[in-house]
Design a binder for this molecule. Sequence first.
Ligand SMILES: NC(=O)c1ccc[n+]([C@@H]2O[C@H](COP(=O)([O-])OP(=O)(O)OC[C@H]3O[C@@H](n4cnc5c(N)ncnc54)[C@H](O)[C@@H]3O)[C@@H](O)[C@H]2O)c1
Length: 370
Amino acid sequence: MSAKVHVALGERAYDVVIGEGLLDRAGALVAPLLRRRRVVVVSDETVAAAHLDRLSAALDAEGIVCHALTLTPGEATKCWRELERVVEWLLAQKVERNDVVIALGGGVIGDLVGFAAAVLRRGVRFVQVPTSLLAQVDSSVGGKTGINSPAGKNLVGAFHQPALVLADIGVLDTLTERDFLAGYGEVVKYGLLGDADFFEWLETNAAAVRGRDRAALAHAVTRSVEMKAGIVVRDETEQGERALLNLGHTFCHALESATGYSSRLLHGEGVAIGCALAFELSSRLGLCPQEDPSRLRAHLKAMGMKTDLSDIPGELPSAETLLELMGQDKKVVDGAIRFILARGIGQAFVTSEVPPEMVLAVLGDALSGR
Ligand SMILES: NC(=O)c1ccc[n+]([C@@H]2O[C@H](COP(=O)([O-])OP(=O)(O)OC[C@H]3O[C@@H](n4cnc5c(N)ncnc54)[C@H](O)[C@@H]3O)[C@@H](O)[C@H]2O)c1
């Protein structure tokens, strides 16, 4: 059983296929894209150890020759040095303009390899085989690719849509609990930003999703991808609506920066805490019902997720410093911080009109555990 979400972007349109056992069918699914029976795969060491053999066997079964490069896992790999390494390796493999590059891994591999494909010979096609929950519901869809610079995260990149996305639910079995829950932060975000029924479904099915029940996961991933695809189709290059996908991210980026982008706080964990703070702020501004922030926090806690600032180990800076860090977010326009707030669960909107005193009050209370 598999579901297909079509990302209707005209000549850049593609399908996201979601289901179990897709890795074993990858040869047959990728074959129609190929001009010659040859692909290159880039992965990370952890993912390659768990899943590369199956992918290679599936390609081999269709007579597709495959060469693979594996990189060190982790965010530090999304850098200039590794980009150069990947691009030079692709050139050494004699990848041609009509060939296909496969990115097998989480968001780090997807972003890095997608960017390498975007700049190689002015753009070659690539296939995303996302293996983390975050990559399946978010980073593999929508064409944002790139690397980090010493000046900040994701500051260098390109829009380059994949030619196909294969999200095999089964590969999520080998993901650590922490990485799985971090990815869930992005799943819950979709319900919060635009689909109250989906949020309610997640509340009802929290135990099944957390237990990685296949049917529950397939639904959660498919609904998330449908939402992301819909937004991307309406606003591919983030001139408007796509900014809604940043719900929770303004707070998250300040927290990631305050914790030095370390293992103290994973991106998806910061998104979940950021969503809770965005709803708290919305409620204090009288925009959303008072019970929404506590309803959200109760759900995050039921999932066993980091929910409050006190769930982040170690010291955090003051509310003033956090606000300053929010002002350094790359989404700041003309000096004004853009917030994604909500009029209720499933009703997010973008605004720059938020009194800084109110943000300080929310952060101050959150820091003192109130
Ligand atoms: N392009 C976008 O639109 C977009 C959106 C959101 C996030 N991102 C980027 O995505 C990155 C985060 O992605 P991520 O959380 O997937 O990080 P990641 O790629 O580092 O993966 C997290 C960890 O899980 C491991 N892993 C992945 N799949 C596994 C599997 N099936 N079994 C066992 N281990 C597995 C990886 O080796 C890694 O250690 C960040 O760099 C972020 O900027 C991009």
